[in-house]
Design a protein around this ligand. Structure first.
Ligand code: SF4
Ligand code: SF4
Length: 422
């Protein structure tokens, strides 16, 4: 019996998913770039295999539970998109499919508990800060902690820096060239608040007024990328209301947040806010792109700055937003810097939002490989553009006995302006 997909049965994104599935010609060019295919060597854990599985589930010819493990193992890194000669928009498929499948997959109680805990803590800075402290207690009582939660204990840092607050408006220094609104993020402002401080400093030095809208919240990426559409829509609506229209751009400094906000048109597809979400998504830009387009008015001195800098492409910057050149250009603007490229730059470091909580074995294998590749370059510092990658690689360097500093690109640039701010 022949089956076909009936997009109207699969919610507002049924058509987008159907189009993506039907665009695949099964050529297999995407297999070699897929980290999970490289790790596991199974067709069903490749982009092509997953597309077939999703197609069969959407048609109703394969049980959803048979598809689930392979969809869960997808990093959402989007390395498959640029490798695809047919232009399959995998991003139109994976997160919408996860949202659709959320009510169809039969998850274990342990999985549900871990997802619930992550969703209730990570997006909220004060709760997340408390959770990091609680993880310290949990580590001391490890045998009593449910197995499903132990990956959370392993990944939580031993401590976090003191909380920081930033002014609602930081004026541009010198003549004002632009005015932007900054997303301060959730996990990032707990794990490494200096990234926001550095972002504001570098923007202001270059003539940009920085506004921090008070009503903003989490970008919603964690929820959207793990299939919790309702929560994702809630965060998106909150940010639509919070961010002002009278700015030149909405600037992000976490690749995962930027790519999620640039997908608000998908998150809110089929809702009354769709048109606003579409316009909003187009105004979101990574800080590296904004600065690169604007041009550095004040040149960094690089005085006393590390010279050998390795750069790691965060998937949600390079693949999801197509941003590869701009951060490199900013780093090359530092006098005397030698920029070191990594082999297989499209391969994810295994962080991928909450992936390292859900799939710790694959995440850890990818993290260790990436960390070893960085160390082999002989770099004095690693720069990247996403808090997930920063946290993952810091943990892996520590495990390998290396104290190599891992910094956000904007921190590296700020440090090159003024070593005393390091
Ligand atoms: S490269 Fe594109 S068309 Fe070819 S199998 Fe992969 S997703 Fe399908
Ligand atoms: S998003 Fe990444 S892990 Fe998922 S299929 Fe594409 S390349 Fe593989």
């Amino acid at each position: 019996m022949l089956h076909s997909i009936h997009p109207e049965q699969h919610g507002p994104l049924g058509e987008a998913m159907t189009n993506a599935v039907q665009a695949c010609v099964h050529c297999g060019f995407c297999l070699s770039v897929c980290p999970t295919y490289s790790e596991l060597g199974q067709e069903m854990d490749s982009p092509r295999g997953r597309i077939v599985l999703m197609k069969l589930a959407l048609e109703g010819s394969l049980a959803w539970d048979a598809v689930q493990p392979h969809i869960d193992r997808c990093l959402g890194c989007l390395a498959c998109e640029p490798a695809c000669p047919s232009g399959v928009p995998y991003r139109d498929l994976i997160s919408p499919f996860r949202a659709l499948a959320a009510s169809k997959f039969q998850r274990s109680g342990a999985d549900k508990l871990r997802h619930w805990l992550a969703g209730q803590t990570i997006p909220y800075p004060s709760r997340f800060r408390f959770a990091v402290r609680a993880a310290g207690v949990g580590r001391a009582m490890r045998p009593l902690v449910p197995r499903a939660l132990q990956s959370m204990l392993d990944l939580a840092p031993a401590s976090v820096p003191p909380a920081q607050k930033w002014p609602s408006v930081t004026p541009a220094r010198g003549e004002r060239r632009a005015r932007v609104a900054l997303l301060t993020g959730c996990a990032q402002q707990v794990l490494d608040p200096d990234i926001n401080t550095a972002t504001i400093e570098v923007l202001a030095r270059n003539g940009v007024e920085v506004v921090i809208p008070s009503g903003q919240g989490c970008c919603g990426g964690l929820a959207w990328h793990t299939g919790d559409l309702t929560a994702g829509q809630g965060f998106a609506r909150r940010n639509l209301a919070a961010f002002p229209a009278d700015v030149d751009a909405i600037v992000t400094n976490a690749a995962g947040c930027g790519s999620a906000m640039r997908e608000y048109h998908l998150v809110l597809h089929g809702t009354p806010e769709q048109a606003r979400a579409d316009a909003f998504s187009k105004r979101v830009v990574d800080v590296s792109v904004f600065l690169s387009r604007l041009g550095l008015r004040e040149k960094p001195t690089g005085n006393g700055h590390p010279q050998r800098i390795a750069y790691h492409d965060a998937c949600h910057l390079a693949q999801a937003q197509g941003v590869r050149r701009e951060p490199r250009d900013l780093l090359r603007a530092i006098p005397g810097v030698q920029l070191l490229e990594l082999p297989d730059p499209h391969i994810c470091c295994g962080s991928a939002g909450s992936y390292n909580l859900d799939q710790p074995a694959i995440a850890s294998a990818l993290g260790e490989k990436k960390a070893r590749a960085v160390l082999a370059t002989g770099a004095e510092v690693l720069a990247t553009g996403n808090i997930g990658c920063l946290t993952q690689l810091r943990a892996h360097f520590a495990r390998l006995g290396s104290a190599l500093p891992v910094r956000h690109t904007i921190q590296v640039l700020r440090d090159a302006y003024d070593p005393s701010l390091r």
